[in-house]
Design a protein. Structure first.
Length: 356
């Protein structure tokens, strides 16, 4: 089977083609057009994003087909992100996908963006398949799940306020770094001295036990505020530029150590020997390294699988891959398929029922 995927949930217009059956899936093409204009505003402007998708979506899809050397006769279905995301941006992709499907007589499948991120790493690494512990970390989401099988997702914990990527962006702004901030914080942090500036590890303490409300949850708003105070103190001393690398290192260490500890807790609790990362923050090498270090200490033979940068960002390859899974299960969406700003992942188990 061969699926054309379309992604337009935020500020990337993307199309891709994935083919195969079961876990034997191959990426034939991937086109991603990022909207750099949002850097001027320090964040994504929804109306600008929607208009940019309108301009880009047709040539992006055409390029994905050309890159794969495929024609419409080779495509078995169209998969498109329909939730969650910016509704105006999503509607561009959903409307285009439904029109394509209707014109070509193809089935259309609505795909949940976060389920796509769960599948993304497996396109790079054939070993990144269930059962595993999943950490989804992006600009809009931070979520910890147990994945016994594709389509079965046990929600363990999530952020109570800022997502990890959002925290990176806000701290980058405090330090005068460009948007998006993740890669700039990571680069600056390499110049910082470990422990020179130390922040508390939010919602992480030795007294937490399985069943506690905060055992798997995270919170980064307090960490962001602590960074704000550190920056203001450095400015008052005329040392902002000198302290910036140490503040960046302190922030990144606190956030990463919190995520790593909670992730390894989950893997240990459910007996998982694989940990899969997804989302834009997943390509932070320090995060993957810290999770691998802790997993080796606590679990021994655990393997950590992180996506490549192009599959960590919002991309249509992961949507096509999740669509292929849904297509093989006999699922189809109707032409009444709509876009939603928020929607649970299909197959998600309620948090209260998930904790051991």
């Amino acid at each position: 089977m061969r699926v054309l995927g379309i992604e337009s949930s935020c500020d990337e217009t993307s199309a891709a083609i994935v083919s195969g059956t079961g876990d034997d899936a191959a990426l034939e093409s991937l086109t991603i057009l990022s909207q750099d204009v949002h850097a001027i505003f320090g964040g994504v402007v929804p109306e600008i994003a929607s208009r940019a998708h309108l301009t880009a979506i047709a040539p992006v899809v055409r390029h994905a087909l050309e890159q794969a050397g495929r024609g419409w006769a080779d495509i078995d279905a169209v998969a498109v992100t329909h939730a969650p995301g910016l509704v105006g941006a999503l509607l561009v992709g959903v409307s285009f996908a439904k029109s394509l499907a209707a014109a070509r007589g193809l089935p259309v499948l609505g795909v949940h963006h976060l389920e796509g991120h769960l599948f993304a790493t497996a396109l790079d690494d054939r070993a990144a398949v269930p059962p595993f512990t999943a950490l989804l970390v992006s600009g809009g989401h931070t979520m910890l799940l147990d994945v016994p099988a594709w389509g079965e997702y046990r929600l363990l914990g999530a952020t109570r306020d800022d997502a990890a990527g959002e925290a990176f962006d806000k701290v980058a702004k405090l330090l005068g770094l460009p948007y998006p901030g993740g890669r700039h914080i990571e680069t600056l942090a390499r110049e910082g001295t470990p422990g020179r500036v130390r922040f508390a590890r939010p919602m992480l303490n030795g007294g937490q036990r399985p069943g506690d409300d905060d055992y798997y949850d995270v919170s980064f708003s307090g960490l962001k505020t602590a960074v704000l105070h550190a920056v203001r103190d450095a400015e008052a001393r005329g040392a902002r530029d000198a302290d910036a690398p140490h503040i960046a290192r302190g922030f990144q260490d606190a956030l990463i150590e919190t995520l790593a500890a909670k992730t390894v807790r989950a893997a240990e609790a459910f007996g998982r020997t694989r940990i899969v990362l997804g989302g834009g923050v997943a390509c932070n090498r320090a995060l993957a390294a810290e999770i691998a270090r802790r997993a080796a200490e606590s679990l021994g033979a655990a393997a950590v699988h992180a996506p490549s940068p192009r599959l960590a960002t919002d991309n249509a390859a992961m949507i096509a891959r999740a669509g292929l899974f849904r297509l093989e299960r006999g699922e189809r969406s109707g032409y009444d398929l709509n876009a939603y700003a928020a929607l649970p992942i299909p197959g998600l188990v309620a948090p209260g029922a998930a904790r051991p």
